[in-house]
Design a protein. Structure first.
Length: 127
């Protein structure tokens, strides 16, 4: 989080994407998004009764930060754009990857993600 603020001279980003479904990463997305920005939440928050919003960084409700939720809104077009970013090497997903599995180990990968075992953040499935 601090690295993002350093890179943006403390201003934050226009848009942050939370894809993990963890309370801590959701809060970090809010903290690094500047006033008037958008937090796109595609992570599955399957535990607990509440999702916490850091009050000060949210601008005490006055910063006009938009939180959009949904499972991959935009479908095929959004996925096509994401794959293009990957192909052009504009995004390196391995920086978020903590575990690597072969395609044959996919069941184990899902189990580790579901149970949040072994410090997993994001698994990489290799075909």
């Amino acid at each position: 989080m601090q690295r993002i603020l350093d890179l943006t001279d403390g201003q934050g980003v226009d848009t942050a994407i939370e894809a993990l479904g963890a309370d801590s990463t959701f809060q970090q997305a809010i903290k690094v998004t500047k006033a008037g920005g958008t937090i796109s939440n595609v992570g599955y928050h399957g535990h607990g009764d509440f999702v916490n919003i850091p009050r000060i960084e949210w601008g005490v409700g006055m910063a006009e930060k938009t939180i959009k939720t949904g499972l991959c809104p935009g479908g095929r077009l959004r996925m096509s754009r994401l794959l293009h970013l990957l192909e052009m090497k504009r995004v390196d997903p391995t920086l978020m990857t903590t575990h690597t599995f072969s395609f044959n180990e996919m069941d184990r990968a899902f189990e580790i993600m579901d149970k949040k075992l072994d410090g997993v953040l994001k698994p990489l499935i290799v075909f």
